[in-house]
Design a protein around this ligand. Structure first.
Ligand code: RIB
Length: 279
């Protein structure tokens, strides 16, 4: 069965510089040549879900500029359908990313057109699952609650309208994001812990836990996006909580094995081949 996934989120041009070690505040370090790669949490999740075999529509706001056209072409080439529209008066979003030798990274996003995303005409009820993140405005987040089942990835950390949290079937957060928001009263919360895996909580009580297979990371940018996409796809496909979690931690780990947020998103067959090494 092919799962229909709607993704509500950002699309950015990622400007990436690799360096030996991330600079500390106030420090300047020399890096390698700059790379220009497609990114944005929404676009990354859309590409990851499509690689896993889902039928994917991305609702994103691209600027009416060469960056926006470039991102749009890349998304279509990766099997992602584009939903609503272009922002007339704002540049396409840009993320400034540094990646150190260990694969660890820092990211600063200039949202640009992403902040203008408008979902008024989007038929979000048509999807088995809708995934959203926080690089878009609150208006679009509120519209996303029209989904039949909303998986909300609270990244990057920022305040979220309480009604959006309450309407989410599952909230996915990394440790920093979970600390920034009080999520304990929510029905389903999944907290990711990088290479240590992820834990599923129901109203604050642990109900499932999974550890990914060991891989040698090249670039961790986009690993969380691959995790979210995989989790949403498998939930919509009918997996139980624990099975979906194991699948998602494995997809997230495999996504770190090449450069770029979309450079190593795995197929379903690749994830299944690695699943016996997850725990
Ligand atoms: O999650 C990784 C993504 O965060 C990058 O692709 C960047 O664009 C920012 O949105």
């Amino acid at each position: 069965m092919t799962v229909a996934v709607g993704v509500v989120g950002s699309a950015n041009v990622d400007l990436v510089v690799r360096c030996a070690a991330l600079p500390r505040p106030g420090e300047t370090v020399l890096g390698q040549e700059i790379e220009r790669l497609p990114g944005g949490k929404g676009a990354n999740q859309a590409v990851a879900a499509a690689a896993l075999g889902a039928s994917v529509t991305l609702f994103a706001s691209l600027g009416d500029d060469s960056d926006g056209r470039w991102l749009g072409e890349r998304l279509v080439a990766r099997g992602v359908r584009l939903g609503v529209g272009r922002a007339a008066h704002a540049p396409t979003g840009v993320a400034l990313i540094t990646v150190e030798a260990s694969g660890e990274n820092t990211i600063v996003v200039a949202p640009g057109a992403n902040a203008a995303l408008d979902l008024v005409d989007a038929d979000l009820g048509a999807f088995d699952v809708v995934v959203a993140q926080l690089e878009i405005g609150d208006g679009a987040l509120r519209e996303a609650t029209r989904a039949r089942r909303l998986v909300l990835n609270v990244a990057p950390a920022r305040p979220v309208p309480p009604e959006v949290l309450a309407a989410s079937a599952v909230v996915v957060a990394n440790e920093t994001e979970a600390d920034a928001l009080d999520l304990r009263a929510l029905d389903h919360v999944v907290v990711t812990h990088g290479a240590e895996g992820a834990v599923h909580y129901r109203r604050g009580h642990e109900v499932a836990r999974a550890r990914p297979p060991r891989v040698t990371p090249v670039d961790t940018v986009g690993a969380g996006d691959a995790f979210c996409a995989a989790y949403a796809v498998r939930l919509a496909a009918g997996d139980d909580d624990e099975t979906a979690l194991r699948f998602a931690v494995t997809a997230g780990a495999l996504a770190t094995r090449a450069r770029g947020a979309q450079g190593a998103v795995p197929t379903e067959q690749e994830v299944r081949a690695w699943l016996p090494r997850a725990s």
